[in-house]
Design a protein around this ligand. Structure first.
Ligand SMILES: C[S@@+](CC[C@H](N)C(=O)[O-])C[C@H]1O[C@@H](n2cnc3c(N)ncnc32)[C@H](O)[C@@H]1O
Length: 262
């Protein structure tokens, strides 16, 4: 039931890098007729070729089937850490829901959950709101979808019993004039719309200082007690090259409950 419709590595991104490799190689071949110095262009050609190979390998690992189905495994980990009972009627929000695969996994586990997915659905991804709606209806599942910026959720405080998000926050930009980093703002927005005592599971590049800055910044927006932080790579035994620094290496799973005091 959790067949994927797309992938975290859009194929056009791989085609672009592979095209770059071919362009450098062709320029080296043509240029070398006039000067052997043109053969130096083989260096970026090999670099881009290697990058395209690694991206292709990662795309395969994330997809279902022989590659390993790592996107699905990550979604299943989130559902398991969230800990909702199969008959739960909780109101659950997925921030940056993409093609709704996490919501499908959640609804497979607990079909009566009142699920909401929000996303920017910008052109950088192969995802779209209409595709999410069509997918859920094809599967006979119910969820509401809304286009929304994770930096400014329109929901009032404490709107949801559970909030999840996978690989979205590091992409969030703070609105002009807001001093807080975008990813930190997204975490605090996610916790704002969660009711006191509600459960959350966030998967993101929390270990990457380029996204989150000093560890104290993240600690300041998370609940003070009862938070579990795990390395995704160590918890699931993610293989190379998906486990590298530029891929899922700095990714952590942060789960817990919002303090009952709010
Ligand atoms: C790597 S994809 C992950 C998709 C999905 N969470 C999953 O696990 O398959 C990142 C998603 O975050 C969304 N996103 C990025 N910035 C966003 C923002 N500011 N507000 C809402 N969604 C955003 C993108 O549109 C994309 O769908």
């Amino acid at each position: 039931m959790t067949a994927r419709t797309s992938n975290w590595i859009p194929s056009r991104r791989i085609r672009f890098v592979a095209g770059l490799a071919l362009a450098f190689a062709a320029a080296a071949a043509v240029g070398s007729r006039w000067s052997l110095l043109a053969l130096l262009l083989l260096v970026p050609a090999l670099g881009a070729g290697w990058a395209a190979f690694v991206m292709l390998r990662i795309r395969r690992q994330l997809s279902p089937g022989r590659g390993g189905g790592w996107e699905r495994r990550i979604h299943e980990l989130v559902v398991s850490r969230l800990g909702l009972a199969p008959d739960s009627r909780a109101a659950a929000l997925d921030i940056g829901c993409g093609d709704a695969s996490l919501l499908v996994a959640l609804l497979d586990h607990a079909p009566a959950v009142a699920a909401t997915g929000v996303d920017y659905w910008s052109g950088s991804w192969d995802y779209a709101q209409a595709a999410c709606e069509a997918r859920l209806s094809r599967l006979g599942l119910k969820a509401a979808f809304q286009r929304m910026d994770a930096a400014r959720l329109v929901f009032p405080d404490a709107s949801f019993d559970a909030v999840v998000s996978v690989m979205c926050f590091h992409e969030v930009k703070a609105p002009r004039g807001v001093k807080m980093r975008g990813p930190l703002l997204a975490v605090s927005e996610a916790l704002r719309v969660l009711r006191p005592g509600g459960a959350f599971v966030f998967v993101d590049r929390f270990g990457d200082a380029a996204d989150y800055g000093e560890p104290a910044g993240l600690a300041a927006v998370l609940p003070v007690a009862g938070v579990r932080r795990e390395s995704l790579v160590a918890t699931l035994g993610v293989p190379w090259p998906l486990n590298t620094r530029r891929s899922l290496g700095p990714v952590e799973v942060i789960s817990g409950r919002k303090s009952p005091m709010g």
